[in-house]
Ligand binder design. Structure first.
Ligand code: PMP
Length: 431
């Protein structure tokens, strides 16, 4: 990476726009699950699946669909005119959502999707009170930053939304850590009841939750937690919003949407990132009466534009036709089992968790003490060995692994070998 681009980046872009690696990389080419940087180094990309490229780079079916739209000359005109691909994509997502009478609104990002969902819920319920999970992440704009429960990612607390946080997000370290699944669900549900009684007036708009927390470190709650929550919410008429920005489209393997592991249908879901496989698209799918509760005109100039929806439709068709959810289940099992083996081998691994192609490894020092230094060392060590992974967690001590869903068996093996060597290097280097 040329020194000057990093220097120029730091001079002109905000300090809070984090860059990975001591020597940040510039990716200039990509194909399949591999990317190449401006220095000619090639990496297996095991973070792209979450960030944007849910199913991989340079997929001809997607590139062709986008190119065909570009060739018409219509990048976008206006949502005041009909957009065929937008309607088709909305029909498909409404059907896949399992929400009866669902309607879809498209945005350009996950933040905007959650802002919209919060606006709909607060409007529908005529209340500005919202429940969120501790350690959550829902976006970087005014309302979403205000309800984000992970302070490392929430600079502002000036949002007009009144938020109360409940347990259920970060099981490895929260107040109910160590309980059995059934007892954990019971304790969190009691906590929810208590928070509702003691910190709200009861007429709360919604509970918003990530079925598996992403930025918060790939925390997996026990199956059934949200069904138990929903029983309480229904007593009050409170809506359940599932933030599927990281967990949607079959990534968790066993289900198409993360929330389905809980045997519950939410009132709304938000999505983004992976749907466009790199193109900027997000949205909300919600009960029709909730979606139509806005009593004013609204618009998103670029949300659901012809280019983004053409790419998203091609992505969705591709992943459904090839059963990439099945591939995520199969290779996810192998990946997580491999990581569990590494967990046995290295003391610095405190916890291995995940579902499908969403796997997290939490690093610890002595006892259970969080060790961001070990996670940082693993991040650098994997890059040196040709593998890109992500970092996160409340204490910045979790390595997040989320490869594209077109992953192969061979690539899974290759990554596990690199991870093995990198954990060894981190353990050696920091002891
Ligand atoms: N929700 C979740 C669960 C996310 O992980 C993110 C992005 N990390 C967002 C919302 C915000 O999405 P975006 O960055 O596209 O605004």
């Amino acid at each position: 990476m040329s020194e000057s681009l990093v220097t120029r980046h730091r001079a002109v872009l905000p300090e809070w726009l984090a860059l990975y690696y001591q020597e940040p990389i510039e990716i200039v080419r990509a194909e399949g699950r591999r990317v190449t940087d401006s220095e000619g180094n090639t990496y297996l990309d095991f973070f792209a699946g979450i960030l944007t490229n849910a199913i991989g780079y340079g997929i001809p079916e997607i590139t062709d669909a986008v190119r065909a739209q570009l060739d018409t000359g219509v990048l976008h005109t206006s949502t005041l005119y009909l957009i065929r691909k937008q309607v088709e994509l909305a029909e498909q997502i409404a059907e896949l959502s399992g929400i009866p009478g669902a309607k879809v609104f498209f945005t350009n990002s996950g933040t905007e999707a959650n802002e919209t969902a919060l606006m709909l819920a607060t409007q529908y319920r005529r209340s500005n009170q919202v429940l969120a999970l501790r350690n959550s992440y829902h976006g970087r704009a005014f309302a979403t930053v205000g309800i984000t429960g992970n302070r490392g990612w929430s600079a502002s607390s000036l949002s007009p939304v009144k938020v109360s946080y409940v347990h259920g997000g970060y099981r490895y370290r929260d107040a109910f850590a160590g309980l059995s699944d059934a007892d954990y669900i019971k304790a969190c549900t009691e906590d929810l009841r208590d928070v509702l009684r003691t910190t709200t007036s009861g007429d709360v708009a919604a509970l918003i939750a990530e079925p598996i927390q992403g930025v918060g470190g790939f925390n997996v709650p026990p199956d059934g937690l949200f069904a138990s929550f929903k029983e309480v919410l229904d007593e009050y008429g409170i809506l359940l919003i599932s933030d599927e920005v990281q967990t949607g489209w079959g990534r968790t393997g066993e289900h198409f949407w993360g929330i389905q592991a809980h045997g519950v249908t939410p009132d709304a879901m938000t999505f983004a990132k992976g749907l466009g496989n790199g193109l900027a698209i997000g949205g909300v799918v919600a009960r029709g009466d909730v979606m139509d509760s806005l009593q004013a005109n609204s618009i998103s100039t670029f949300g659901g534009n012809p280019v983004a929806t053409a790419g998203a439709k091609a992505t969705l068709d591709y992943l459904l036709e090839r059963d990439l959810q099945g591939n995520a289940a199969k290779l996810g099992n192998r990946l997580i089992a491999g990581l569990r083996d590494l967990g046995e081998k290295y003391d610095i691994v405190g916890d291995v968790r995940g579902k499908g192609l969403m796997a997290g490894v939490e690093f610890v020092g002595h006892g259970k003490e969080p060790s961001p230094a070990h996670a940082g060392a693993v991040l650098e060590a994997t890059r040196e060995r040709g593998l890109l992974v992500g970092k996160g967690g409340l204490h910045n001590n979790v390595i997040r692994i989320a490869p594209p869903m077109t992953l192969t068996d061979e690539e899974t093996g290759e990554a596990l070998e690199i991870l093995d060597a990198s954990f060894a290097a981190a353990q050696e280097g920091l002891r």
